[in-house]
Design a protein around this ligand. Structure first.
Ligand code: SF4
Ligand code: SF4
Length: 104
């Protein structure tokens, strides 16, 4: 399942996605994230039948993706993004990386 966290507004789309079929909850993305955006929960909150650890976007960050992901923008874009580069399962995605790699 693709768990999608974020929102769109007049300035763009700001979504972080976690492919929960690929994610094994190793935590590498959360360790690599300079914004404290990601965390690992002991069970998937979106799938009550799957009792395995999984990465999520912290609840307090979900409506602020445009801002909390700024550490990867300044002073210049870090590509690949730290969370994407750290994930051995290619389970992390961002709505803006498919376009230019930079936040609007
Ligand atoms: S883009 Fe940067 S701040 Fe945002 S979740 Fe990934 S590593 Fe964290
Ligand atoms: S690095 Fe990848 S596999 Fe590990 S917890 Fe994060 S999303 Fe899941």
């Amino acid at each position: 399942m693709i768990a999608q966290y974020g929102y769109s507004d007049g300035s763009g789309e700001f979504y972080v996605t976690i492919d929960t079929d690929r994610c094994d909850g190793c935590g590498a993305c959360a360790l690599a994230c300079p914004g404290g955006v990601l965390a690992v929960l002991p069970e998937d909150p979106h799938d009550p039948f799957r009792a395995m650890p999984v990465a999520v976007v912290r609840e307090e960050a979900r409506q602020k993706i445009k801002y909390v992901c700024r550490p990867c923008q300044l002073p210049e874009a870090r590509l690949p993004l730290p969370c994407v580069a750290a994930c051995p399962a290619a389970a992390v995605g961002h709505s803006w990386t498919a376009l230019s790699g930079r936040l609007p």
